[in-house]
Design a protein around this ligand. Structure first.
Ligand SMILES: [Zn+2]
Length: 421
């Protein structure tokens, strides 16, 4: 057993909405948990090591509640080749291993994966737990649920009717998923549908949630247009992904149900910004039509006090597993009216709550896992500092050491800027 006392550290505290300086934190690297947090540097614990943090700013590791671990951002255009090797199980697995390493090196310590072909996230989670691959901890959804020919039907389960939904969800849970992902509406990255299309019926949506909740699992709905969001909230989904458009009635329903919104603003913005020459026109057109509405909808949710859990849709065009998660937090401040502290909460305590793991994650408090990041500058003064290279700790041990800060600042997938809003 190794106990380390990290001293002289400024720790982010949710209740203060700020970092509190001159703290110490004792971690036990055997259990991976925080044992003690307090003022000053002294502890009654017997520790094996003392590590002076020189006043650095420490917050819980970034959580991302919406990723596609087996996809890479260049998957979508494939250089015009007809046969996509990238669709194979082998490519998907290799992408996932690469994305996992990228994520942990950029301070992402927990992901909720919401759709992976071949159920690859289930095996990736197991490999991470066994220490065979580096990466964040993983909450899995396996293959997402779509109607026949609907959004995400490529690598997902196609189910139609209440009985097929029930059977499919039960099968997914038998396969070992932690969460159910259902494509309730159409979306951007499939031709021939729109974000406003409703795909699953209210009965089908309710059935998926009912089966997931019976087993103590959570359920996430891809829902974009207002009518589809409303249907998903009413069905009882724990999180609404994207939410391009919501009205006051939807907000009232979200409050009543305790629904979380996962915005994925960078998924839209990256295509808008960089996608002109690479992303198919039919997809980029949908982004152009919806992006302002989407950002306004998230702003409205923030103002109404709807809890927001950070999610990026990592794996979509120009939207990877590097600093995109921290950039998403910057978008919440710059384009959705959050304070920097609210943006930090969205990627920590709110994600943990949305994922039902807030008894062990999302705050730097005794009893929680010691997954955290350490930075030279204060993100409350400037949210974008989280995008700079930083030290990353998992289960109390440093797993990524900060290199020259400026060299890797804003390491994200980018291209030629075509448009900004
Ligand atoms: Zn997605």
């Amino acid at each position: 057993m190794t106990k380390i006392n990290y001293t002289n550290v400024a720790i982010y505290k949710h209740e203060d909405q700020n970092f509190v300086a001159n703290q110490h934190m004792v971690v036990d690297t055997e259990t991976g948990k925080i044992v003690e947090v307090g003022n000053g540097s002294s502890t009654n614990q017997v520790v094996d090591e003392v590590s002076d943090m020189h006043g650095r700013y420490v917050m819980p590791g970034i959580m991302n509640a919406h990723t596609h671990i087996a996809s890479i951002p260049t998957y979508w255009w494939n250089d015009g080749k007809e046969q996509r090797h990238s669709d194979s199980r082998e490519f998907n697995t290799m992408f996932a291993v690469r994305n996992m390493a990228d994520a942990i090196d950029h301070g992402i310590t927990y992901i909720r994966n919401v759709g992976a072909a071949f159920d690859i996230d289930i095996e990736i989670k197991e490999m991470q737990q066994k220490g065979w691959i580096r990466g964040p901890k993983v909450m899995t959804s396996g293959k997402a649920f779509s109607i026949t020919g609907g959004h995400g039907s490529g690598g997902g389960y196609e189910v139609d009717g209440v009985d097929e939904v029930r059977k499919g969800v039960r099968q997914a849970m038998k396969n070992g998923v932690d969460n159910i992902k259902m494509m309730v509406t159409g979306g951007v990255l499939k031709n021939g549908e729109t974000p406003d299309d409703i795909q699953f019926t209210p009965e089908e949506a309710r059935t998926a949630v009912e089966e997931a909740h019976h087993k103590g699992k959570t359920a996430a709905a891809h829902a974009q247009g207002n009518a589809g969001v409303k249907e998903a909230v009413e069905a009882g989904f724990d999180t609404i992904e994207h939410a391009f458009d919501i009205d006051d009635e939807t907000i009232a329903m979200m409050k009543e149900h305790g629904t979380y919104v996962v915005p994925t603003m960078n998924a839209m913005y990256a295509i808008y910004k960089y996608g002109k020459d690479t992303v198919p026109d039919w997809a980029r057109e949908k982004v152009i039509v919806n992006i302002k509405k989407h950002f306004a909808s998230i702003t409205k949710a923030v103002q109404a006090g709807i809890p927001i859990a950070t999610g990026t849709d990592a794996g979509t065009p120009y939207n990877g597993f590097g600093n995109e998660s921290a950039y998403e937090m910057e978008l919440y401040v710059e384009k959705a009216g959050m304070t920097p502290a609210q943006a930090i909460d969205s990627a920590t305590i709110n994600c943990a709550r949305a994922m039902h793991i807030d008894d062990q994650y999302g705050q730097i408090i005794p009893g929680n896992f010691a997954d955290f990041i350490s930075m030279e500058e204060n993100p409350i003064d400037d949210i974008s500092v989280i995008q700079r290279d930083k030290d990353v700790y998992q289960n109390g041990t440093r797993v990524h050491a900060q290199t020259v800060a400026e060299a890797v600042k804003q390491s994200r997938v980018t291209g030629k800027v075509n448009a900004v809003i």
